[in-house]
Design a protein around this ligand. Structure first.
Ligand SMILES: Nc1ncnc2c1ncn2[C@@H]1O[C@H](COP(=O)(O)OP(=O)(O)OP(=O)(O)O)[C@@H](O)[C@H]1O
Ligand SMILES: [Mg+2]
Length: 233
């Protein structure tokens, strides 16, 4: 008698664009999924998010970048144009930029989710970024947890992989209220050794994925944005 053996349904994956990272996580982020990229100020969260979107753009995928910081498009254009992988023609085409600042100030979390979903429905992206999500917590107070729960659930229903970035204070690893709701967590660390500041990346969790653990050195450069170096910490 043949007993049906449950077959492992391989997850669809999309390459992150960060050289070295895909090899750590079985070739890329699960698709669809919501991934948290967490780190203190200046650890490379925005660089990571931009590289992720540009990888998609280079493959003909649609990207949608939500900022929560009320940064003008010009600022983003300047920031991104320093990188060799960013083509100016991506803007407003393969990468659509959307500022959520005004909607945040209203403090209405249902409205914010509505705005985000409306834009997703219009742009139909395969790759979404919300950078940084933690600003919403500062604006929404007690509604924040419910907002995160609703938002991540909605995002998982779209055919897209979303990177949300979280800014933490030194000594903290990730924003605790988000961690349970996401499918994956990538930590960006900054540490000072022998007087030199060094940056590391660590995959803390990745649903359905055999991933490498531990801190891996990273480099940030104009050419590649972010690269995971081979040597282990
Ligand atoms: N061309 C470059 N070469 C080397 N390092 C760079 C380069 N551009 C940026 N960096 C490094 O990357 C950091 C900024 O990265 P990024 O803005 O992506 O970080 P972030 O985590 O988003 O910061 P924030 O908390 O301000 O949003 C800088 O602090 C700098 O150390
Ligand atoms: Mg940033």
């Amino acid at each position: 008698m043949n007993e049906a053996t449950p077959e492992r349904a391989d997850l669809v994956r999309i390459p992150t664009g960060i050289p070295g990272l895909d090899e750590m996580i079985e070739k890329g982020f699960p698709f669809p999924s919501v991934i948290l990229v967490s780190g203190t100020a200046g650890t490379g969260k925005t660089t990571f998010a931009l590289r992720f979107l540009c990888e998609g753009a280079a493959r003909g995928e649609q990207g949608l970048y939500f900022t929560t910081l009320s940064e003008p498009t010009q600022w983003m254009l300047r920031f991104s144009s320093q990188f060799d992988f960013m083509k100016p023609e991506y803007f407003d085409n393969e990468i659509v930029y959307e500022d959520l600042g005004d909607h945040l100030r209203s403090g209405d979390s249902d409205k914010l989710i509505e705005v985000i979903e409306k834009r997703i429905a219009e742009v139909v992206p395969q790759r979404i970024v919300i950078d940084p999500i933690t600003v919403v917590g500062e604006m929404f107070g007690e509604n924040y947890r419910q907002f995160l729960f609703d938002l991540t659930n909605r995002l998982k229903n779209w055919n897209a992989t979303t990177v949300v970035t979280g800014e933490v204070r030194p000594g903290e690893l990730y924003p605790p209220e988000i961690s349970y709701a996401v499918d994956g967590i990538v930590l960006l660390h900054l540490s000072e050794e022998l007087g030199a500041r060094r940056k590391y990346l660590e995959v803390l969790k990745m649903r359905g994925t055999n991933h490498l653990t531990g801190k891996h050195s990273i480099d940030i450069s104009r050419k590649e944005g972010m690269v995971v170096l081979k040597a282990r910490f």
